[in-house]
Design a protein around this ligand. Structure first.
Ligand code: SF4
Length: 367
């Protein structure tokens, strides 16, 4: 019997695809922006990929948890509004954010207080389960999906064959190679842009450059991208930083939705104040001034005025009215346009709004 969670997960692996053998015999992993050089026996920063006998072993055949979420929870606001997103998480992460809200799974291999046993799974069973539950979308989320990209792609291949839409909810710490690897199999990608200061990213265990590069590349690849910034008072909320951050997003495209969401004290970051509705509204105004056409405020349902709704960028008609994850009204036309002025709405939409199966998450047991 394996004695630790790490030992157990090491048994649930197979040979990876995202690595090269370096001239000195070490392996270079390309699944995330760390690009770890791994000598024999070494484990990557993520704690789940390792060099065993000159081959990179990567996670395979399990999940840390499965949940059915409204797609608004991811959040995707411009992709299949109201759809059910069959969401699976793995274990481990390549960053170690002190405020992580999924720390039980993301830090499972780094923090003894985080306990999240894996469940055996197959791609076929998950896709079958997603269809049984009426999901339109299948998403790798909760921990960092890039570090299990080979496993995600094997699931996404099954999902796409079954007509499902696929997506990542990610910190965006990618590499050109992993993005090319994902490209044929992924439709939607949410990036957490946590800050616009490289020093802040280094505190979280990363660098900002790979994240900005990932956002640019995903957009150029025609993957649908939405950006989220968790607004943490005293950490990333200066006008100067938010201006640079939103100007960057607008430079990629003013049509990229930006979600600025409320922080509450969590995990090891419990000294900072909670974000107020006023703070979200001020940040949203900065985003609009930077040229962004679709700015949303999250995590404080009903307290942020119009900032949960999608409005036409041309005539300001309300296209999708929301409260929290619940769709209250849907008016986008079957060809994806504003019903009043005919302006196309950027995003991915079905011809018909099929209603909302669930406006709350539900934990499910994999069959
Ligand atoms: S996924 Fe990232 S952290 Fe993990 S081994 Fe590969 S490069 Fe290193």
């Amino acid at each position: 019997m394996p004695s630790t969670l790490g030992d157990l997960l090491a048994q649930n692996t197979r040979d990876g695809e995202l690595y090269d053998v370096m001239s000195d015999g070490r392996l270079r992993c390309y699944a995330c922006g760390h690009e770890c050089p791994l000598p024999e026996g070494a484990v990557g920063v993520c704690k789940v990929r390792f060099n065993q006998g000159g081959r990179l072993r990567v996670p395979w055949g399990y999940v840390g948890g499965v949940q059915c979420d409204p797609i608004e929870k991811k959040p995707f606001f411009h992709a299949y509004p109201g759809a059910l997103a069959y969401s699976f998480g793995m274990l481990g992460c390549d960053l170690h954010c002190a405020y992580c809200q999924n720390w039980v799974t993301s830090q499972a291999l780094r923090d003894p207080a985080a306990v999240a046993p894996p469940t055996q799974a197959t791609a076929q069973a998950m896709v079958h389960d997603a269809q049984r539950l009426g999901a339109r979308v299948l998403v790798s989320t909760y921990n960092e999906p890039l570090i299990t990209s080979e496993w995600a792609v094997s699931i996404f291949k099954e999902a796409k064959a079954a007509g499902l839409v696929t997506g990542f909810v990610s910190n965006g710490n990618g590499t050109p190679r992993v993005l090319e690897y994902l490209r044929p199999w992924i439709d939607l990608y949410k990036v957490d842009l946590k800050s616009f200061d490289d020093r802040h990213y280094r505190q979280l265990g990363g660098r900002i450059a790979p994240i900005l590069d990932t956002i640019r590349r995903l957009h150029a690849m025609d993957v649908w991208v939405e950006i989220v910034t968790l607004l943490i008072p005293g950490f990333n909320d200066s006008t100067e930083e938010l201006t640079r951050l939103t100007e960057f997003v607008a430079s990629v495209s003013p049509d990229v939705p930006w979600h600025v969401t409320a922080f509450h004290a969590d995990y090891k970051m419990d000294d900072n104040a909670d974000t107020t509705p006023d703070m979200l509204q001020q940040a949203a105004e900065i985003g609009r001034r930077a040229g962004l056409r679709f700015v949303y405020a999250g995590n404080l349902p009903g307290a942020v005025g119009d900032l949960e709704n999608t409005r036409c960028a041309s005539c300001r008609e309300t296209l999708v009215a929301r409260r929290g994850f619940r769709i209250r009204d849907y008016r986008i036309t079957p060809n994806g346009c504003c019903p009043s002025c005919g302006t196309p709405v950027p995003g991915r939409f079905d011809a018909h709004f099929a209603g909302q199966l669930a406006s709350r998450p539900s934990v499910i047991r994999l069959r």
